[in-house]
Write a protein that binds this ligand. Sequence first.
Ligand SMILES: C[S@@+](CC[C@H](N)C(=O)[O-])C[C@H]1O[C@@H](n2cnc3c(N)ncnc32)[C@H](O)[C@@H]1O
Length: 262
Amino acid sequence: MRIRVNEDWWKTLFDEIYLLTDARSVCDEELSSREVDLICRLMAPGKEDRILDMCGGQGRHSLELASRGFAGCTVLDYSQYLVDQGMKTARSRKIEVDFIRSDARDTGLPGSSFDHVMILGNSLGYLPEIDDDLKILKEAYRLLKAGGNLLLDVADGKLVKDSMAPVAWHETDGTVVVCRRRELKGDSVSARELVLCKERGLLRDQAYRVRLFESNDLKGLLTEAGFSTVDVHSDFSPHAGDEDYGFMDKRLLVTAVKGAFD
Ligand SMILES: C[S@@+](CC[C@H](N)C(=O)[O-])C[C@H]1O[C@@H](n2cnc3c(N)ncnc32)[C@H](O)[C@@H]1O
C-alpha cells in the first residue's frame, strides 16, 4: 500500500516522541560533542562570532558550542516543543544561548547579522517543493555577513538510496519500539513510522517524506542561493555500529562562503 503523506508533517513531527525515535542521533551528548569537534574544524569560529544554528532543534550543537566558550549562538527552529526544551536545558546548565521559534524560509531577523550559519542533522528537504529548500538557503545567505560561511550537513542521497532497507525497526530504551516502512520514489523517501510503547501502546503512526540530495544538487542549490565557494566533504558517518539510522548516518558536509563584497 502506498504511503500517504500530509505535506505539513514537518510542523508536528518534531516533538517529545521525536526525541525518543531519534535519540540515538540527537540525544547522545558524546556523539554531538564529536560533531561539534568537526564543526569547529570546518567553520573555525572565533569565540565572539555570531553563529546561527538554523533548524537547530533542541540546540544540541549550540549548547555544546556555548559550553566550550562560543558566546554568540542562536538556535532557530519551527518546533515550539524543541525550542522550549532547549531553553530549559540552557537555563539548567547556566549556558547563554538564544532560542527563536521561526520558519527558516523567512526568519524576520535582520540581514548580515551572523558570521556563521549552520544547518545540521539533515534538516533540509522536508517541504514539498525544492523551491522551499532554496528559500531556506537564500535566507541563510541573507543573514550572513559578507565573508561569512555556511555549514550544511545532510544525508548523502546516493548512499541512502543505495542502501535503503524497505523496513527497519529499533528499540529505544527497552520500552519503546520504532518501526519504519519506506518507499523510494524519484529523489524522495516516504516513510510510515509506528512507535509502540510496551506499557502505553501506540504512541505514533505518522508518515513523512524527505527529499534526498546528492553532491551536485547541493552545489547547484547553494550557487543559486548566491554562495560562491562551495566544497563538499563526503564520508561523514557519526555512527560506528551497523544498525539502520535512517537519514542520520552517511552524511554530506558542505561548506559555502558568502562573497566578501556581496
Ligand atoms: C532532524 S531535526 C535536526 C535538528 C538539529 N539540527 C540537530 O541536528 O539535532 C530537523 C529540524 O529541522 C526543523 N525544521 C524543519 N523545517 C524547518 C523550517 N522550515 N523552519 C524551521 N525549522 C525547521 C525541525 O523542526 C527539526 O527540529
